[in-house]
Write a protein that binds this ligand. Structure first.
Ligand SMILES: Cc1ncc(COP(=O)(O)O)c(C=O)c1O
Length: 441
């Protein structure tokens, strides 16, 4: 028996009550949740159910790069909805082809094919699948400090033939990537950190057995793990090591891609070419869920005559594709990636660094573009992370002052939409300054 709908009729206009009655939220114990109602948004602003206009320094899950309710993206989705709302992945469709071409042209030379997924996790699933089938090996090496998504068991649970070529639930090995502020390698400079992290990776590869390793999977900027900008030569070094052992390199651009770092892809600021790139979030700012895998030509051609055992009902969903086309065009026309670069260089970088000079509980400020972390510590010498209660207080101070801020452990993540203006960014940093003062930092 389903539940009695007449109970819902009484709360039909109340977003909060309906949410508490029926919505099961991600990543939370449900009992004490107290979600805020959001009604609409515009640019970097969100309107709450109580009427407050909030400045968003999170871009939600760091995905709304183009800002809220961009008219060109809304129009793109509307046009596609009027033409064709859905069609299966086996057909050729103009929006899908255009989206693939617009995404692929942001990748390095020699990346021409895009496999569309619904989000970032399944993009990485398919990137790993392609690497395993390409190499015939099953281990994937990735960083302890990373996030690549929240899927994994579905294909192992599958009973038919599709499980067998994908039966890789084993084979994940982790290693340490550069993080000078809390160096695993007792390094004191970025050069030392880079050199020692590369030596560590090569040792891990040798001890695991190079001929068991399909790929090294790395975020181009570890995001959720702390917006840790890798040293200039790190990826070049990883590329050399992976080539030496015929291991593929997968770059996860899900969070860092499409303008977040002030580059189309964060990897553009480094001197290397991976074999596979995964993407999602910023490709259409999540207006309609989408992600994908961009394959270098050798990887793509591997599947010219053999079946790629991967697929999704909504791979290349027309509405998501319409949103990608409109987003990519608007980002280009409105120089949104350049804006993110300039905001990072001229506004967020200098202003957040000035906060470091003023607030002793800031341990480090790091980032680029509209992708910044302010790492909070109890003590700058010991680097002991600031306690959870104070971090919660900082967020609450923001809420009172109209700023939405992302907090992860002892870090404040400053990740506004790429369309933010210099005035809006300054306004947000001024509020952050007040919040830190109010929280005794
Ligand atoms: C770097 C990275 N990869 C993958 C994912 C997973 O993406 P999704 O939540 O769209 O599945 C995320 C999500 O935050 C991410 O930051």
């Amino acid at each position: 028996m389903g539940h009695d709908l007449s109970q819902d009729a009484e709360i039909w206009d109340d977003a909060y009550k309906l949410d508490r009655a029926h919505v099961f939220h991600s990543w939370h114990a449900q009992r004490n949740l107290d979600p805020t109602e959001v009604v609409t948004g515009h640019g970097v602003w969100l309107k709450y159910g109580d009427g407050r206009e909030m400045l968003d320094f999170t871009s939600q899950q760091v995905n709304v790069n183009i800002g809220y309710q961009h008219p060109k993206v809304i129009e793109g989705i509307k046009k596609q909805a009027e033409l064709l709302c859905t069609v299966g992945p086996d057909y050729a469709n103009l929006a899908r082809g255009r989206a693939a071409s617009l995404v692929a042209r942001r990748a390095p030379e020699g990346f021409d094919k895009v496999f569309f997924t619904n989000a970032g996790a399944d993009a990485n699933e398919n990137a790993m699948r392609a690497a395993r089938l390409f190499t015939g090996r099953d281990k994937i090496l990735s960083s302890y400090r990373c996030y690549h998504g929240n899927t994994g068991a579905a294909i192992s649970a599958t009973g038919d033939w599709r499980r067998k070529p994908n039966d890789y639930s084993r084979g994940h090995v982790h290693f340490f990537t550069p993080y000078l502020y809390r160096s695993e390698f007792s390094a004191t400079t970025q050069e030392e950190e880079c050199e020692r992290a590369l030596a560590h990776l090569e040792h891990v590869i040798q001890f695991e057995g190079p001929d068991t390793i399909a790929a090294v999977l790395l975020e181009s900027v570890p995001g959720t793990a702390g917006i840790i900008i890798p040293p200039k030569d790190y990826f070049k070094g990883v590329r050399e090591i992976t080539k030496k052992y015929s291991i593929l390199m997968i770059t996860d651009e899900v969070m860092a891609g499409f303008g977040r770092t002030g580059f189309w892809f964060a990897l553009d600021d480094y001197d290397y070419t991976p074999d596979i790139i995964s993407f999602a979030k910023g490709c259409n700012s999540g207006y309609v869920p989408a992600g994908g895998v961009i394959m270098s030509d050798p990887v793509a051609h591997r599947f010219d005559d053999i079946v790629f055992p991967g697929g999704l009902t909504y791979s290349g969903h027309p509405l998501a594709m319409g949103a990608i086309v409109a987003t990519q065009e608007a980002m280009e026309e409105e120089h949104i990636v350049d804006n993110a670069y300039t905001i990072g260089k001229d506004v967020l970088g200098p202003q957040l660094t000035a906060l470091y000079d003023k607030h002793p509980k800031i341990g480090e400020v790091r980032g680029k573009g509209v992708f910044w972390a302010v790492e909070m510590v109890a003590d700058r010498t010991t680097k002991e992370p600031l306690d959870d209660a104070t971090m919660k207080q900082i967020v609450a101070e923001g809420d009172k002052r109209g700023l939405i801020l992302g907090v992860h452990n002892n870090r404040i993540h400053v990740t506004p939409p790429c369309v933010i203006s210099a005035d809006e960014a300054t306004q947000g940093v001024e509020i952050l300054d007040q919040m830190l003062t109010a929280a005794g930092c």
